[in-house]
Structure formats: structure tokens, C-alpha cells
Design a protein around this ligand. Structure first.
Ligand SMILES: *[C@@H]1O[C@H](CO)[C@@H](O)[C@H](O)[C@H]1NC(C)=O
Ligand SMILES: *[C@@H]1O[C@H](CO)[C@@H](O)[C@H](O)[C@H]1NC(C)=O
Length: 209
């Protein structure tokens, strides 16, 4: 008969040998797959893989949208690979906007830390939900739904956002429509906009055709 002491000892030994996989720090030497990046060998992982300092620096707002976004997605921050979480920071100057966009892979929580933000989302049944948010307010944007935020105050607004994926994706509607070589007549036919307006928007957003 096996003694209880030996039994417990062997249990401890076996559990320490069959360790769960604690993390899957992204190994950028291999391409990203739908399941994320390949895992770095644990022996090669350092604390730097779990720390990202980029969100302490304001995004550059000297651009068309007067807003700067810094992402801490898996492609920027190897430690979040496989964890189903990530973050970003947005700085929005006075008059600036984070245009209509979607994250195909994640729901989002937006936290306003400075200034006043007017934010909104449109459901898949085209219901509109908008709110003016002050410092400390949070708002959620369900996965895949179109949403936006703009500076509704007289000083720079700062937002920190969290995502339910390490790879949320980020697609801006204006650039999807007018920032590429999709032919103008096709855009007119599929959006009901007139061609002159489309050409104007292409000139602003870098589109051709
Ligand atoms: C911000 O972006 C503008 C336009 O690209 C550039 O001229 C400027 O040097 C940038 N500022 C900083 C602080 O990086
Ligand atoms: C911004 O400034 C204008 C003019 O000074 C003022 O009327 C308005 O209430 C201010 N808005 C906010 C959100 O502080």
C-alpha cells in the first residue's frame, strides 16, 4: 500500500512538472495567425515583454483629424499576445475627432481622463447612442459596432481605452471609403453620394481613382 506521505509528495512533484502554460509572449520572428503570434520560448521572456511605456506619451495631434492614437496591441506589446486584452491611448486636440471606426475583433471600454468628449455608437439596427463624457466617465462600445469620439471641450481631451482582444483591429470608415483606389463611380453607386463630393473627400483623405 502507498503511504499518504509518498502519495502527496508524488502529487507535488507531478504538478510541478506538468506546469500550465502561463503566457504566450509574442515571437515576432514568425507571422501572425488568426490565433495570434507564436509563443516566445519562456527562457527568452523578460520583464520588458510585460511592460509597455508608450501610453505615457501624448499622441501627435498635428494631423487632419487633430488626434493621435497610440496602440498597445499584440503587434506593439508582445506580453498581451494570447491574453484577450489590450489598450490604447487617444489624445484629441480642440476641434479634433476620432472618426467613425470599428474594431472587428473586440469590445471596448473608453475612459476619459482629461477634457470633455462627445462619443457615440450605432447599433446594427441603426439605433444611435451618444453621450457627452467628462473626466472619469467610461463608455462601452460592443464588438464590431461603428463608433466615434470628438473633443467637445476647450482643452485637449485624453482617453485611455481597453479592448477584449490582443488584436482588436482598427478600421476607419472615411479611409475605407475615400482613402484608397476604390473607383469613384462604385463609391457613388454604393453610398448614394455624388461624385464631386467623393472626389473632394478622396483629395483630403489620400484616395485615387
Ligand atoms: C507631429 O507630426 C507632425 C506632422 O507629421 C510633425 O511635423 C511633428 O514633428 C510631429 N511632432 C512630434 C512632437 O513628433
Ligand atoms: C468653451 O469656450 C466657450 C467660449 O469661451 C464657452 O462659451 C464654452 O462654454 C466653453 N465650453 C466648454 C465645454 O468649456
Amino acid at each position: 500500500m502507498i503511504s499518504p506521505v509518498i502519495f502527496i509528495f508524488s502529487l507535488l512533484l507531478s504538478s510541478s512538472q506538468a506546469a500550465v502554460q502561463d503566457f504566450c509572449v509574442a515571437d515576432f520572428e514568425f507571422p501572425e495567425s488568426p490565433a495570434g503570434y507564436a509563443c516566445k520560448k519562456p527562457a527568452a521572456v523578460t520583464v520588458n515583454d510585460f511592460v509597455f511605456s508608450g501610453l505615457g506619451i501624448p499622441g501627435n495631434t498635428s494631423n487632419l483629424i487633430k488626434a493621435g492614437v497610440i496602440t498597445a496591441f499584440a503587434s506593439d506589446f508582445p506580453g498581451v499576445n494570447g491574453l484577450g486584452i489590450s489598450m490604447a491611448r487617444a489624445d484629441i486636440a480642440v476641434g479634433g475627432v476620432i472618426p467613425f471606426h470599428t474594431h472587428p475583433g473586440a469590445s471596448e471600454v473608453l475612459l476619459v481622463v482629461e477634457g470633455t468628449v462627445f462619443a457615440g455608437l450605432v447599433s446594427s439596427t441603426n439605433e444611435v447612442y451618444t453621450q457627452t463624457l467628462q473626466k472619469g466617465d467610461i463608455m462601452v462600445f460592443p464588438q464590431g459596432l461603428l463608433h466615434f469620439s470628438l473633443n467637445a471641450g476647450n482643452s485637449t481631451a485624453v482617453e485611455f481605452v481597453s479592448f477584449s482582444s490582443a488584436t482588436p483591429g482598427l478600421q476607419f470608415v472615411p479611409f475605407a471609403l475615400f482613402g484608397n483606389d476604390l473607383p469613384t463611380d462604385i463609391i457613388a453607386a454604393t453610398t448614394f453620394l455624388d461624385e464631386a463630393e467623393i472626389m473632394k473627400l478622396k483629395a483630403i483623405l489620400g484616395g485615387t481613382g
